[in-house]
Ligand binder design. Structure first.
Ligand code: SF4
Length: 246
C-alpha cells in the first residue's frame, strides 16, 4: 500500500470530486459552522432512527428550544410531541432535557469542548462527543457511525467488530489532518454507493483503494468481515443505555 498520507489524500480527493463537496481542505467551520448545543441534541435524537426523521424533529424542537436554558426549562410532555417521529421519544425527551440541564448547571450553558467532559453528560457517548468536537467546534476527531464503521472495514484499513474499536484504530492509522472531513465523506458514500446491502462497487470512485472492491474485481472472495453482528438484548439498545450511547 502507498504511504498513509497519499492513500487518504487520494481517497478524500476522489470522494470530494465524486460528490462535488468542494475542497475538503477548507477549514470545516468556515463553510459549515453549526451550533454545538444543537449538534449535540440532534445527534442524541438521531440514535436508532432515520436521518429524515431526525432532521424534521430537530428543526421543530430548535424553533421552540434552541439553547440549553430554554430546553432545560421545558417539561418532557412539551418536548415529546416535537420529537415523536425519532422513536423512543419518552426516553429521548428526558435525556435531552437532562443533558441541557447539566450543560446549564455545570458548564454555564456552554457545551464543553473536550471529549472527557462531553461524555459525562446524559446521553452523550463517543459518537455524539466526537460530532460536537468536529461539527460544533472544528476540533479534529473521528465520529464513527454505522457507515464509517462498515466502509472502514470494507476498505481493509481496520478489522474491527464495533464502532468504538473502529474509532480507536482509525485514530492510529489516519493522519490527523484528515480526521475532520473523513466522517462527512464516508457517510455520504455509505448512503449512496457503499450501501449496507449491495454496495455498488462498479460505480465506486475509490475501488482501487478498497480491499473488498479489488477482491470482487479479481473474482476473489472479499476479506472476511470482523464486524459480524452480535446479539444484543433489546433493553441495552434503548437510547441512553450504556450500549447505545453514541
Ligand atoms: S469498492 Fe465497493 S466495498 Fe469498496 S468502498 Fe467502494 S462500494 Fe464500498
Amino acid at each position: 500500500m502507498t504511504d498513509p498520507r497519499t492513500y487518504w489524500e487520494t481517497l478524500m480527493d476522489r470522494l470530494s470530486a465524486f460528490y462535488r463537496t468542494g475542497d475538503w481542505r477548507t477549514p470545516y467551520l468556515r463553510e459549515h459552522a453549526e451550533d454545538p448545543f444543537q449538534v449535540m441534541i440532534g445527534t442524541i435524537l438521531s440514535q436508532r432512527t432515520r436521518d429524515e426523521a431526525t432532521d424534521v424533529a430537530s428543526a421543530r424542537l430548535f424553533r421552540r428550544y434552541p439553547d440549553a436554558p430554554r430546553l432545560a426549562g421545558a417539561r418532557p410532555a412539551q418536548i415529546e410531541p416535537l420529537i415523536r417521529e425519532t422513536g423512543f421519544y419518552h426516553t429521548k425527551a428526558r435525556l435531552i432535557r437532562a443533558c441541557a440541564a447539566e450543560v446549564l448547571a455545570r458548564f454555564g450553558g456552554e457545551v464543553p469542548k473536550t471529549y472527557e467532559e462531553l461524555t459525562t453528560l446524559p446521553g452523550v457517548g463517543p459518537k455524539t462527543a466526537n460530532c460536537v468536537l468536529v461539527f460544533g467546534y472544528g476540533i479534529p476527531a473521528i465520529p464513527v457511525d454505522t457507515h464509517v464503521h462498515r466502509i472502514a472495514n470494507r476498505l481493509g484499513v481496520v478489522r474491527t467488530r464495533t464502532p468504538e474499536e473502529t474509532e480507536a484504530r482509525l485514530r492510529q492509522v489516519v493522519p490527523e489532518e484528515y480526521w475532520i472531513p473523513l466522517n462527512p465523506l464516508l457517510v455520504q458514500h455509505g448512503q449512496n454507493v457503499c450501501r449496507p446491502i449491495g454496495p455498488r462497487c462498479g460505480e465506486c470512485p475509490i475501488v482501487e483503494l478498497c480491499a473488498t472492491g479489488r477482491a470482487l474485481r479479481a473474482g476473489r472472495a472479499p476479506p472476511r468481515a470482523a464486524d459480524r453482528p452480535r446479539r444484543r438484548r433489546a433493553a441495552a439498545r434503548r437510547p441512553g443505555s450504556n450500549r447505545s450511547r453514541r
